[in-house]
Design a protein around this ligand. Structure first.
Ligand code: NAP
Length: 233
């Protein structure tokens, strides 16, 4: 392999995604900064420096995902790292009983199917290359063993399902050189986390970036991590 590794970060123009991109660029990776809005993606890529490339990507749209991955491959020839960061939390105040199913669908469409779609689009290229790192942004709210409260049912279910997808993909890709892990950033000060969250984006991005840059020969796969330590499923 010659040249820097290429990392695609979904929802990479703001919040945790922007910080994950910044830390990956700092480690020498070429970052594909994606946002739904082309101008947002370009501004965020410009902030990262001349090596970063903007990408328009809406993870809920199969056509957008297909076009973005084709464009990414056209620009860089490969995608070595995928950080499935794009996510929404829109079910504040909801309970499982009497839930608004439009909110459940929208949440699953982005947090689960969105991540699944992008992974599906890049994995064949990673397998051909014999190298890949996929990191899914999970949440303590999606940990089954910590699920002793009922708020945000759609978000919790979406993140628990994303953890399941992490295990399934890791098992399927065993021995291919593609490692798939989930990272819980903790409660972080972003638009989603709000200003009262105790953790900075720098702290929240640390574990996803660690998993995205696991060295050659590392066998860590199919795990859920918080602060670089295993978190109970
Ligand atoms: N903040 C926390 O406390 C916390 C805790 C646990 C897990 N997480 C997870 O960490 C990830 C990032 O969260 P955050 O706190 O940075 O959230 P945020 O500030 O609300 O940012 C959300 C990001 O997701 C992107 N996004 C939303 N819908 C999308 C779609 N359909 N297609 C593509 N991108 C889409 C947004 O992109 P646009 O710029 O295009 O809008 C934005 O970059 C999420 O998966 C979240 O669930 C966050």
């Amino acid at each position: 392999m010659t040249g820097p590794r290429v990392a695609l970060v979904t929802g990479g123009a703001r919040g945790l995604g922007a910080e994950i991109g910044r830390q990956l660029a700092q480690r020498g990776l070429r970052v594909l900064v994606s946002a739904r809005n082309a101008e947002d993606a370009k501004r965020a890529a410009d902030r990262l420096g001349p090596d970063a490339l903007p990408l328009t990507l809406d993870v809920t749209s199969p056509r957008s995902v297909e076009a973005a991955v084709l464009r990414a491959l056209g620009m860089t020839g490969r995608v070595d790292v995928l950080v499935n960061n794009a996510g929404i939390g829109i079910d504040g105040g909801q309970r499982a009983v009497g839930v608004d199913y439009r909110i459940v669908r929208e949440t699953l469409e982005t947090n689960l199917l969105g991540a699944w779609r992008v992974a599906d689009a890049v994995i064949p290229h990673m397998v051909t290359a014999g190298y890949g790192r996929i990191v899914n942004l999970a949440s303590n709210l999606g940990s089954l063993s910590l699920m002793t409260r009922g708020e945000q049912p759609a978000y919790r279910v979406s993140k628990a399902a994303l953890s399941a997808l992490t295990r399934i993909l890791a098992a399927d890709l065993d021995g291919t050189g593609v490692l798939v892990n989930a990272a819980s950033p903790g409660w972080v000060r972003t638009t989603m986390g709000g200003p009262e969250a105790p953790r900075s984006v720098e702290q929240g991005a640390d574990t996803p970036v660690w998993l995205a840059t696991l060295p050659d020969g590392d066998k860590t796969t199919g795990g859920l991590f918080h602060e670089r330590r295993a978190l109970p499923w």
